[in-house]
Design a protein around this ligand. Structure first.
Ligand SMILES: [Zn+2]
Length: 330
């Protein structure tokens, strides 16, 4: 457990203790409340004697994303009883199911725009965020990002971003303001150790795209085989509450495609430890520039799988292709 996280968890435990004590004053002798209070006190006690975050059975550190999701956890994954393991698996299955429900339609078309994506968690749930939202004025908003960390804690923050952007898009504010609001809410509601790299864009009904890249890997703009990188011009969201962002504009011609991806793609390693990298990705999307979004994503997956040749997946993997077909085109 890193040193920045323990004080935050202590703060959470103290807050929980206070709430339990207030609740206790309202009802008399509630056994469940007393039990919870006892667990919180025991966790605070373990923080004081330096044993917090260690498994009761093997004394190895407990997985930190599990502690972030529940600061009262006392056993590492290896030391759960079979009944606890089944309950945990059921929980994760349900979380994965809920997360799939937060994804947009797999083949998304709106007013001349066509989009496809691939979303794959390295574990049961992913910390990547991939979204397509239709605006009130017919424009297409795309939001794409990667929450720091992996697993359950990261997936909870992904769901948080999802809820925020669906609300912000419906209000209809400038793109840069939208990212600034999201960053502030994210910063205020998460641990200081958590942030998210994010690309947020608005594609209008004439082929114009306004785009803001907050610390994310550069999206690629593929125009007839030429590939341009849209570099980040800001920090990731959630680092400072008063961060400001800027957006830039692009104009797409018929058949031009934007390609977005997370580091699960660019940082995949082959058997010799070499990274998949930007150059190989750039060549691949350039060669598949005539493909519709679905074909481009498929070509990328096939190339990545050939490159990996069975090495373990490094991280959650998400990619998305968005093409401007224009009006009256297929
Ligand atoms: Zn253990």
């Amino acid at each position: 457990m890193d040193t920045a996280t323990v004080p935050v968890l202590r703060e959470q435990l103290l807050e929980r203790r206070e709430k339990l004590q207030i609740a206790r004053a309202d009802v008399d002798e509630n056994a469940e409340l007393l039990r919870l209070l006892g667990e919180v006190d025991a966790a605070l006690g373990r923080m004081d004697d330096g044993t917090y975050g260690l498994c009761d059975v093997c004394h190895d550190p407990i997985e930190s994303d599990r502690l972030l999701a529940d600061p009262l956890v006392r056993f590492c994954l290896g030391d759960l009883t079979p009944a606890q393991q089944t309950a945990l698996q059921d929980d994760l299955d349900l979380a994965a199911h809920i997360q799939r429900g937060l994804l947009p339609e797999s083949h998304f078309r709106v007013d001349g725009w066509e989009a496809c994506f691939h979303y794959e968690a390295v574990g049961p749930v992913s910390g990547d965020y991939c979204d397509l939202i239709k605006g009130e004025d017919g424009s297409l908003y795309f939001v794409f990002g990667d929450v720091s960390g992996k697993g359950v804690a990261a997936s909870m923050l992904m769901a948080h971003l999802h809820a925020m952007f669906h609300t912000l898009v419906s209000v209809g504010m400038p793109l840069k303001t939208m990212v600034e609001r999201a960053s502030r809410v994210f910063c205020e509601s998460t641990l200081p150790t958590h942030f998210a790299t994010l690309v947020c864009g608005r594609a209008d009904t004439s082929g114009e795209v306004e785009i803001c890249n907050a610390g994310h890997l550069p999206p690629l703009l593929i125009q007839k085989g030429d590939v341009k990188r849209i570099e980040s011009n800001g920090l990731p969201v959630g680092i400072f509450c008063d961060e400001t962002f800027s957006a830039s504009k692009l104009h797409l011609e018929h058949g031009d495609t934007l390609f977005l991806y997370t580091d699960g793609l660019s940082e995949t390693l082959d058997g010799d430890g070499a990274e998949y990298g930007m150059e190989r990705l750039t060549n691949l999307v350039s060669q598949s520039h005539t493909h519709p979004p679905q074909g481009m994503v498929k070509a990328c997956l096939a190339d990545l799988s050939a490159f990996r040749a069975g090495t373990p997946k490094p991280d959650d993997l998400t990619m998305m292709a968005i093409r401007w077909n224009g009006h009256g085109h297929a």
